[in-house]
Design a protein around this ligand. Structure first.
Ligand code: NAP
Length: 339
């Protein structure tokens, strides 16, 4: 009953009609099934259509299949392969009018089966906004909350992370990452200790530049971390070889930032049609074309496109449904994109 109440509330907050009898399973395709005790695999929740003026085709959500999930190898838990980035988009006043729109973004993400939300103290008020929205929507048990430490010095890191717990309004953070490798050796000690104590479920490191990839590879190879986050898109494929290989070899889950090259891919796509064969890959939009290109590589655990648009979050999470391209199809996607 509690689940139904929360689901009903999500539908109301997201402005979508409640459809009965459309529960999704917790796994799909080759992705690993999750077990009932996993915090990040809630009881199946209902799926629904989006409002009638939505540009997104939502028939796939009604098919009974859930989003594809992939394992976090060292945790033994799976997450859906599309999450949500919050840089810039979620840096708004917690009492500002934009909060209604962001509430809808989070509600729709959860409603359509997304779980991971990525933040950082670097993103202004994002952590506080996420904490409020997750509390408002009563979805703490349905999301995987990731944030970062972004400062120098041990005590400064501890103070900053304690503030993140307060802003998120949580006792446990699902993923704490060292942002842009800033003073990473110092912070990884604290992160490991807090993980051992149960305050953190998983730990990791991030960067966004290609020049940092060799350092990320070293950390992944030499330290016992759960996640590595880096930039990767169809237009920036530098991470495609050594970075993804190192993560896979070391059982480290991967988070992909800037999957749309900060939105610039849409500018290039605006005067082009999707190829006719995109439909065979269950691709409805350019956004899904870009995300499915990345997700076709099984070494990618989760992509985290940033958005403040409720329609875009539905479009993005839609890339976690249906077919994914194999290597030949991925090459065809690159060839088409570059033609
Ligand atoms: N060092 C780090 O740790 C690091 C660095 C960079 C980023 N990150 C993380 O990665 C996340 C993603 O990176 P990003 O936000 O810089 O870039 P991005 O995800 O590549 O692109 C975001 C842009 O794409 C637009 N967009 C999103 N979905 C869309 C859709 N379906 N259709 C059309 N436009 C769409 C957004 O606009 P709308 O708001 O209008 O949708 C926004 O302008 C960040 O939010 C952050 O959480 C981490």
């Amino acid at each position: 009953m509690a689940t139904l109440d929360r689901r009903t509330m999500l539908k109301l907050l997201a402005g979508t009609p409640l459809l009965a009898g459309c529960d999704r399973p917790s796994s799909h395709g080759s992705a690993q099934a999750t077990t009932p005790q996993e915090k990040s695999s809630p009881e199946p929740t209902g799926t629904s259509s989006t409002p009638s003026d939505s540009k997104t085709d939502n028939s796939k959500y009604l098919s009974g299949d859930g989003p594809v999930r992939r394992q976090i190898p060292k945790l033994g838990v799976s997450i859906p392969i599309v999450g949500l980035g919050t840089w810039q988009q979620f840096d708004v006043g917690p009492n500002s009018p934009q909060m209604d729109r962001l509430r809808e973004v989070v509600a729709k993400m959860v409603e359509h089966g997304g779980e991971l939300i990525d933040s950082s103290p670097m993103y202004g008020r994002s952590e506080e906004v996420i904490g409020r929205l997750v509390d408002d929507l009563d979805v703490r048990d349905e999301v995987f909350l990731a944030t970062k430490v972004w400062t120098s010095g041990k005590q400064s890191g501890i103070d900053q992370m304690n503030r993140s717990f307060e802003r998120f309004q949580v006792e446990t953070v699902d993923l704490m990452q060292v942002h842009n490798l800033l003073d990473w050796r110092t912070h990884l000690d604290t992160l490991q200790k807090w993980k051992d104590e149960g305050r953190l479920r998983t730990i990791g490191v991030t960067h966004y530049t290609n020049s940092a990839l060799p350092r990320l590879i070293d950390v992944v190879s030499d330290y016992d971390i759960d996640f590595v986050q880096f930039a990767y898109s169809i237009a920036n494929r530098a991470a495609e070889d050594e970075m993804l290989a190192a993560a896979a070899e070391n059982d480290v889950a991967t988070l992909i930032n800037r999957p749309y090259a900060q939105g610039s891919l849409f500018g290039r796509a605006s005067n082009r049609d999707l190829p006719p064969w995109a439909a065979d890959l269950d691709i409805d939009s350019w956004g899904q074309f870009f995300l499915k290109y990345l997700l076709g590589d099984e070494r990618v655990t989760c992509v985290i496109p940033g958005t403040s648009d409720p329609e875009h979050v539905v479009d993005n999470v839609g890339a976690a449904y249906g077919a994914l391209p194999d290597q030949d199809e991925r090459q065809r996607m690159v060839d088409y994109w570059e033609s």
